[in-house]
Design a protein around this ligand. Sequence first.
Ligand code: SAH
Ligand code: SF4
Length: 360
Amino acid sequence: MDDVLRKPRLERPDIVRLLGAQGDELQALLDYALATKLKHLDNNVHLRGLVEYSNKCRKSCMYCGLRKQNSKVVRYTVSDEEVLQCARTALELGYGSMAIQSGERTDCEFVDGVERVLRAIKRLSDGKLGITLSCGEQTEEVYRRWFDAGAHRYLLRIESSTRELYYSIHPDTPEHSFERRLECIDTLLGIGYQTGTGVMVGLPGQTLEHLADDLLFFRSKDVAMVGLGPFIPHPDTPLWALRDQIPSKEERIKLTLKMIATLRIMMPEINMVSATANQTLDAFGREKAVMAGANVIMPNLTPQRYREEYLIYPDKACVGDRPEECFHCLDMRMKVVNHNILYNEWGDSVAFIKRQQGKG
Ligand code: SAH
Ligand code: SF4
């Protein structure tokens, strides 16, 4: 195991071995990943205040509670003034960045609305707040407009880098094309976004080999950020029917931690988000993810009245917490595991910064 961990470059069989680690070997993997993170990034944690901007969605992903067929969801879009209020809260609490996430929409009202709020946040904060977007697949023109308006990071998970598995969780229609998703990731990289991607862990039919290929995919794209989280079945989605065919809650968390740890060893300087899904399945999921190699957390700033309607998966953690409560809770939780939240900083990906400097 030690020999595998210390290899200068992990290959597919090594990765499969690490993802299958148990007992002492698992502990050795987690220890090595934490040491790698501390060596390259110190014990710093960055925050992104999350605004769940709109739950309207044109897609039918088979795992997600926001899919357009789910008529139980009351659809909303947060107003400009409310987003600005979130930005003020982020500034007051010292969050250096915001993240704006939404269902996938391509209508003009939405595209213009995102552009408008990006400019307004930049103006309001005098450029102090960094902004990550996660608003699905868009045309190159739209991605450029948003980049020019001030977004500098974009998260678009590939969900699974194996075509066949991708189509087992998405309908095989033009709006859900695997090739288009890949193209979008390339477009984002080409525009100059700090580009992030990621997958869900513990999907029906997903093997360790699939997950190893996902990690190799992240490395091949040289992405700046990755978000990994366990799959959580939602009762109003088609994949609910397969909920008996996935690993247990504990197993999904464990596998997610192994993915985070292995990736930290493979890509020591990227930003890695601890998904809210981790803390939904495990009260200490956030801390465990940080100890396994994650270095970014996304506390929720969405106005309270919308939160119950942004249930991508059920029983989402911290839905009732006010921003100030989250602030104190997070600060304390990170201190307990010897980590240090960096306030008032964008917290860009070191991997990305170094690559830019190399180009310059
Ligand atoms: N509409 C955008 C962003 C919002 S969805 C998009 O799809 O890219 C954000 C992420 O939530 C998705 O990428 C997916 O990985 C995750 N997600 C959706 N349903 C989930 C579920 N049931 N369990 C765990 N994660 C889920
Ligand atoms: Fe829409 Fe994103 Fe959910 Fe798919 S994962 S249904 S695109 S919100």
